[in-house]
Design a protein around this ligand. Structure first.
Ligand SMILES: *Cc1c(COP(=O)(O)O)cnc(C)c1O
Length: 227
């Protein structure tokens, strides 16, 4: 089941990439394993999943120890409370969900004290929905030069979650807006910031996200089934 699902997701990623004139290898698949058992994670790993995404920091930390696989990358994709930063403990290859300057500052100073540099993405609330975490585009642009000076993190790109919608075409404008925002940030030419990564696209809309330039897709349901 999981192995077949993974194969079919990978095939669809490759097809969407080729149709958009992109190299399929330029798109990283993060298998979102929140609420998934260690056993099923290991099944996905054996079927070829290399990166896993978790959204609850303590659950993730326990699972990473329990699964205990060396050559996989763990990504953190959930809202991180400032009092839980110590759980990061250099376990994550990438944090997708840095959603405020104050959180970035806290992560950075923690990582500096540990003598590590944490790779992160900045989460943007492109749709402006009240209920969503993430910075508004105007906030991001205004604060980017301050982010760029933080020594304990390295900013690799942007992440967004569009409004829930059964029609993937309705996500397209949010994905293209994230890409345009990224281009605009890059044109500021700030030292200490690279914005090559665009983390966007989930089970319902990852092909559209790839057409709009996603470099990382975060897919749970299509691989592990309904949570
Ligand atoms: C759960 C989750 C996903 C995966 O969603 P699916 O629809 O199951 O693919 C992706 N990104 C984030 C931030 C999530 O919380």
């Amino acid at each position: 089941m999981i192995a077949d699902n993974l194969k079919s997701v990978k095939r669809r990623i490759s097809k969407a990439a080729r149709q958009a004139g992109r190299n399929p290898d330029s798109i990283q698949l993060v298998a979102v394993s929140k609420q998934v058992s260690s056993e099923n994670i290991i099944t996905a790993y054996k079927a070829g999943a290399k990166y896993f995404g978790e959204n609850k920091i303590q659950e993730a930390a326990d699972k990473i120890d329990d699964v205990n696989l060396r050559d996989v990358g763990w990504h953190f994709i959930g809202h991180l409370q400032k009092n839980k930063i110590k759980y990061l403990d250099s376990k994550f290859d990438l944090i997708h969900s840095v959603d405020s300057l104050s959180l970035a500052e806290k992560i950075s100073s923690y990582c500096e004290s540990q003598d590590i540099i944490q790779l992160v993405l900045l989460q943007v609330n492109i749709s402006g929905e009240e209920s969503k975490f993430g910075m508004l585009p105007s906030e991001l642009i205004a604060q980017l030069s301050v982010f760029a000076k933080l020594k304990g993190i390295r900013i690799k790109g942007l992440m967004t979650i569009p409004p829930k919608d059964p029609n993937p075409e309705n996500s397209r404008k949010y994905f293209s807006e994230l890409r345009l925002l990224r281009d605009r940030c890059q044109s500021l030419n700030l030292n200490g910031i690279e914005l090559n990564e665009l983390s966007m696209g989930m089970t319902g809309d990852y092909e559209v996200a790839i057409e709009e330039g996603a470099t990382i897709v975060r897919i749970g349901t299509a691989i592990f089934g309904f949570r």
